[in-house]
Design a protein around this ligand. Structure first.
Ligand SMILES: Nc1ncnc2c1ncn2[C@@H]1O[C@H](COP(=O)(O)OP(=O)(O)O)[C@@H](O)[C@H]1O
Ligand SMILES: [Mg+2]
Length: 278
C-alpha cells in the first residue's frame, strides 16, 4: 500500500487515537456459486476528529464497509471497533446521512430534526431548541416550518445533515451524500460541511466519487481497489484545515488529484473487465 502526505510528517508527532477501527474486516454476500466477495480483509483506523474519505470504483465495497461500521451489516470475518468496543448494531453514537430521500415526508423540517432528540426522551421544548440550533448551522432557519417536498435537493440534504447532528453522534457516516446534487449546489455544500466539521470536529467517514471533494474535505483519503475491495493507497491531504479558497489551485492539490485519478482509473478499468466477464 502506498502512503502519501501533502507534507512530511513531523518526527515523533502525536497521532490521534483511533475513534473507530476495522480489524481485518471481510465481507462475502451469499453462498456457493452465487457468492460475492465484496471485501477482502481490510484494516483501517479512523482517527478521532478525522475526516476519512473512501473513494473507489462502483461496486468495490465502499457502502458495505460503511454499513458494517454503522451496524447495518455484519462482517464475514474480522471485527469493527468503536472506542475499542465491538460494534454490535446501529446506535446513536453513529449518525448516518443517506444519499437522498431519507427525510420523513409527513413531518415539517424542524420536526424531522427534532425527531432524534424526542426519541431519546428529551422534552418537546428541548428538542425544538436542538432543532433550531442545527437548522441555524445549516442555514435553514427560515424553512423550519416547511415540508421536505417544498425544498430543493440541496436543502433536503442540509436537513439530513442537521438531523444527523441533532442526535449528537460521535461519528458521522455519509454515503455519497451529495451525489444527487448539481455541481454548484454541491460545491456550496462542501464548503458548508467543511465549516461544520471545523466547528464540531466530529469524526467523519465519507464516501464520494469526486476526487476534488475528497481532497477538499478529507484529512485522510482511502483509495479502494476494484472488487473485492482492498485498500490500494492512502493520502493525508492537509487542505481541509485551510480556509484559503485558492488551495484547490495549488500545485500540491493538483498533483495529488492527478495521482489519485491515475490510481482510480486503473481500478475502474479492472472493475469494467469484471463486468464484461459477467
Ligand atoms: N445485500 C447484498 N447482497 C448481495 N450482494 C451485495 C449486497 N450489497 C452489496 N452487494 C455487492 O457487493 C459489492 C459491493 O457493493 P457496495 O458496497 O454497494 O459497493 P460500492 O458502494 O463501492 O459501490 C457489489 O458487487 C454489490 O453488488
Ligand atoms: Mg455505494
Amino acid at each position: 500500500m502506498q502512503e502519501t502526505s501533502s507534507r512530511p510528517s513531523s518526527a515523533g508527532g502525536a497521532t490521534a487515537p483511533a475513534k473507530a477501527r476495522f480489524e481485518a474486516v471481510s465481507k462475502r454476500f451469499g453462498t456457493g456459486d452465487d457468492a460475492v466477495q465484496a471485501l477482502e480483509p481490510i484494516t483501517l483506523d479512523i482517527a478521532q476528529n478525522g475526516f476519512v474519505c473512501l473513494v473507489g470504483p462502483s461496486g468495490c465495497g465502499k457502502s458495505t464497509l460503511l454499513n458494517i461500521l454503522a451496524g447495518f451489516e455484519t462482517a464475514t470475518s474480522g471485527r469493527v471497533l468503536m472506542d475499542g468496543q465491538p460494534v454490535k448494531g446501529p446506535d446513536a453514537r453513529r449518525g448516518v446521512v443517506f444519499q437522498q430521500g431519507a427525510l420523513f415526508t409527513w413531518m415539517s423540517v424542524e420536526d424531522n430534526v427534532a425527531f432524534g432528540p424526542l426519541a431519546v426522551g428529551r422534552s418537546r421544548a428541548e428538542a425544538m431548541k436542538v432543532a433550531a440550533h442545527f437548522l441555524d448551522m445549516v442555514g435553514l432557519t427560515a424553512f423550519a416550518k416547511r415540508y421536505p417536498y417544498e425544498l430543493s435537493g440541496g436543502m433536503q440534504q442540509r436537513v439530513g445533515i442537521a438531523r444527523a447532528l441533532a442526535n449528537d453522534p460521535e461519528i458521522l457516516l455519509m454515503d455519497e451524500p451529495f451525489a444527487a446534487l448539481d455541481a454548484q449546489t454541491r460545491e456550496l455544500l462542501q464548503e458548508e460541511i467543511r465549516r461544520i466539521w471545523q466547528e464540531t470536529r466530529k469524526t467523519v467517514l465519507w464516501i464520494t466519487h469526486s476526487i476534488e471533494e475528497a481532497l477538499f474535505l478529507a484529512t485522510d483519503i482511502v483509495v479502494m481497489s476494484a472488487r473485492p475491495g482492498r485498500i490500494k493507497a492512502r493520502f493525508r491531504p492537509e487542505f481541509a484545515t485551510s480556509n484559503d479558497p485558492a488551495v484547490v489551485a495549488s500545485a500540491e492539490f493538483v498533483r495529488m488529484k492527478a495521482e489519485i485519478f491515475g490510481l482510480l482509473r486503473e481500478e475502474a478499468i479492472a472493475a469494467q473487465r469484471q463486468e464484461d466477464r459477467l
